[in-house]
Design a protein around this ligand. Structure first.
Ligand code: GLC
Length: 756
């Protein structure tokens, strides 16, 4: 019944007239409006409509007659995409467009550093400018709702606060360096399966408290100039024509003054889209070309609406100076300054999950090290469609180890397994059968070679994990097990050499039930950019201490995670039950069995977010479910002590700021960074809350023996909830407990205070 209520609430929210449109920030883009008035008054209707759709695959038109340059876009969130042909998805095959491959989203998030996100954005902007680009199609900031999400690696975190802080840093870094961002994919594009058809059914509170905050923060705190509407529907309306999302929330409430472009092929109408707030149809003009001119002439949409859409584009055009054709593409995209940023991010992203004295590697007596695993040599830059980077170079884990200790150790290598390869080709059952037999033979040979190499070594570095064919745009994983028989292989290796250090180069969670007990040390090293192998080697040899922290929970098993536990994903029985209720409720006369059977198949095009705000650690901690490793977890090569938690007051009013202070000491032998985290637990709330929520964090660098007073702030307004009756933010003034810790599962200090 609860679900039915949930659905009714979700559907009821559609025609909401804002009762309390909170005014957002005042965008710097508004300064151009007077100048734009003059430009628009000179434009013909055709010139205006010509701006509202693609000119080429990654270009939308300016107004040549008036000297207004086209707008040039470039994928992706972690590297400026190669130069593409004007029409179609092929590159032009240039030599000078090889870019720096920055660590992907979840790796950046694992640094828990808004400062590094700013540097990252700076690096992306520098390379975009070299290529003459005006808008980067990134950052990708959807919340990681499901561990299997095809783009979980591209996104940042399961937590809205961490995602928001990094989205703001990235956005400021890009826009402070003369390029516009395009926040994507707005909104609730949290799965890849059926992404172009799925209708997300979600309640207001979860939408405002969990899924929208990264977009809101990047607009209100960093004045983002661009937003990309997502492929999916939200509560029945396509994102590219969703008035609630594009007008009421984005523009009226948040004060967004820039431009909305559709995802490629994600536009579904002419009048509804342009009225709702879509500025540019990409990559063609099926709806916002001649069809729009016809609609205007038929009186279905006013020229005033068109003028407003054009104004929003011109604001961005005026803010971003075009790069003259003869200045662009004059040198290699990837530059040393950006490669250095990629290295810094990679170093601080690597998460040490387990270490039973195996790390740092001991290099006296020139040990024999067996590096086993195709992930040690795989290139992770390309793949994943729009997010692929034609990179100038990529240091793989094996490269990095040879660079750093090639003279200090004898390094042996064995591929160990055949990596998953991306394939568009549809195969017949016979072809698949033959292929599987060949694969089985190849796998046995590779495993045998790996075991021979393992026997000769004093230590095995097992470099496994996913790759960009396993985690990719366009499809979700079916499970989170390590691919290519890695679990079986590591069991065989452990039989001949138990001294195993395991490194997983994945972007999203894996099932660790086999590798964890067999590994003396266990790390996640992400899809970690052009410098990823050097960063990994520096951590393994102890040149730097690992300092990454998990941006998402690692579950004991996939089925424990909320959307799976509730049967909400993949669209399966649970949603069928709800669907069946709907059928029985709405068609009381027709209880026909086939309706029920149809419902029991689940509905792949409806995603019920009935877990509401309980995603990630919010779910596991509220339901007291054990996890493999908690959100925010990560070890270093030292230890830290937390003490003396204080707040400036014991009682706070709703416009106050909580000032938190505590002592942090590095009690070990090595310098390292600690990422301190402050969570809030509501003691006697008037509405339901998750058990805890992240509300402050900071990366603190301390030398061995060094102490520091850490100071953090939590504005009380950050503790509000979205009141679904008032359709507005509201206060829940109650007792709260501040939980200071090293992860969601490792609280060191607590203090109760009162909101009055
Ligand atoms: C894709 C992606 C989007 C990308 C766009 C252009 O379908 O969803 O992230 O920016 O098309 O490549």
């Amino acid at each position: 019944m609860r679900n039915l209520k949930f659905i009714i609430i979700a559907v009821m929210m559609l025609p909401i007239v804002s009762l309390s449109a909170e005014k957002g920030h005042r965008s710097a883009l508004l300064q151009y409006d007077r100048q734009i008035d003059g430009i628009i008054s000179q434009m013909t209707l055709e010139e205006k409509v010509n701006m509202l759709h693609a000119k080429f695959m990654f270009v939308s038109a300016g107004v040549e007659r008036l000297g207004i340059a086209d707008i040039k876009y470039a994928d992706g969130p972690f590297g400026i995409r190669e130069e593409m042909q004007p029409k179609g998805w092929a590159g032009l095959g240039w030599e000078t467009d090889k870019a720096t491959f920055f660590p992907t989203g979840s790796a950046l998030a694992a640094t828990w550093s808004p400062e590094l996100a700013y540097s990252y954005g700076t690096g992306m902007a520098k390379e975009a400018r070299l290529r003459g680009k005006d808008m980067i199609l990134g950052p990708a900031i959807n919340i990681q709702r499901i561990p299997t999400g095809g783009r979980t690696y591209e996104y940042l975190s399961e937590d809205p606060f961490l995602s928001s802080k990094l989205a703001v840093g990235y956005t400021k870094g890009v826009q402070d360096n003369g390029v516009a961002v395009c926040l994507k994919h707005y909104a609730l594009n949290n799965q890849e399966d059926n992404r172009g058809t799925v209708n997300v059914i979600i309640g207001e509170r979860a939408m405002h408290e969990i899924y929208l905050p990264p977009f809101r923060a990047a607009v209100e705190e960093a004045d983002a100039f661009g937003v990309m509407s997502a492929y999916n529907k939200v509560n029945g309306f396509w994102c590219a024509e969703n008035e609630i999302l594009l007008d009421k929330i984005l523009r009226q409430d948040w004060g967004f003054a820039g431009m909305v472009i559709s995802d490629w092929g994600g536009t579904h109408s002419t009048v509804r889209s342009v009225k709702a707030g879509l500025n540019v149809e990409m990559p063609d003009q099926k709806y916002l070309g001649q069809a729009l001119i016809d609609s205007i002439k038929a009186g279905l949409v006013s020229e005033e609406t068109i003028n407003q859409r054009v104004r929003e584009i011109l604001r961005v055009r005026m803010a971003i100076k075009p790069v003259p054709e003869d200045m662009a593409n004059k040198e290699m995209t990837s530059q040393p300054a950006q490669q250095k940023i990629a290295y810094e991010v990679a170093c601080k992203s690597i998460v040490l999950l387990k270490n039973e004295g195996a790390l740092p590697l001991k290099l006296e007596n020139k040990p024999v090290i067996a590096v086993i695993g195709a992930n040690a040599t795989q290139i992770m830059a390309t793949g994943g469609l729009g997010a692929g980077v034609k990179t100038l170079y990529e240091i793989t884990p094996l490269d990095g180890l040879k660079n750093r200790i090639g003279d200090k150790a004898e390094i042996l290598f064995a591929q160990g397994y055949e990596p998953v390869k991306f394939s568009w080709v549809r195969k017949t059952p016979e072809q698949l059968e033959k292929e599987n037999q060949e694969k089985e033979l190849a796998a046995q040979k590779l495993a045998k070679e790996a075991i021979e190499v393992a026997k000769k070594a004093s230590i095995v570095l097992f470099i496994g994990g996913d790759n960009r064919a396993v985690e990719t745009e366009g499809s979700d994983r079916k499970d989170i097990f390590l691919p290519s028989g890695q679990d079986e292989l590591i069991k065989k290796i452990a039989e001949v050499n138990p001294n195993i250090v395991t490194v997983l180069t994945s972007g999203a969670p894996n099932d660790l039930n086999v590798v964890k007990p067999l590994s003396k040390a266990l790390l996640i090293s992400w899809f970690n950019g052009s410098e990823g192998g050097n960063a990994l080697a520096d951590v393994l040899i102890g040149k730097i201490s690992p300092s990454g922290r998990l941006p998402f929970t690692l579950p004991v098993k996939l089925e424990d995670s909320p959307a799976y536990a509730l049967g909400n994903y993949p669209q399966g029985k649970k949603s069928a039950d709800v669907f069946a209720n709907l059928v029985s409720e709405t068609e009381s006369t027709d209880k026909s069995q086939e309706k029920k059977d149809e419902a029991a198949k689940g509905d792949p095009n409806t995603a019920y977010y009935s877990e509401e705000s309980l995603i990630g650690y919010r779910w596991f901690d509220t339901k007291n479910k054990p996890v493999m490793y908690p959100f925010g977890y990560g070890l270093t090569y030292t230890t830290f002590n937390y003490s003396k938690l204080k707040t400036d007051k014991d009682k706070y009013g709703k416009s106050d700021i909580i000032h938190v202070a505590f002592e942090l000491k590095n009690t070990g032998k090595m310098a390292a960074d600690e990422v301190v985290q402050v969570y809030v637990h509501r003691v006697n709330p008037s509405v339901e809350w998750p058990a805890k929520e992240l509300k402050a964090f900071s990366r603190v660098s301390l030398a061995s023996g060094e102490s520091k007073t850490v100071k953090l702030e939590i504005p009380i307004e950050n503790l509000r909830y979205w009141n679904e009756t008032k359709h507005a933010w509201d206060d829940d003034l109650c007792k709260i407990e501040l939980l200071v810790g090293a992860s969601a599962g490792d609280i060191k200090l607590k203090k109760e205070i009162t909101l009055k």
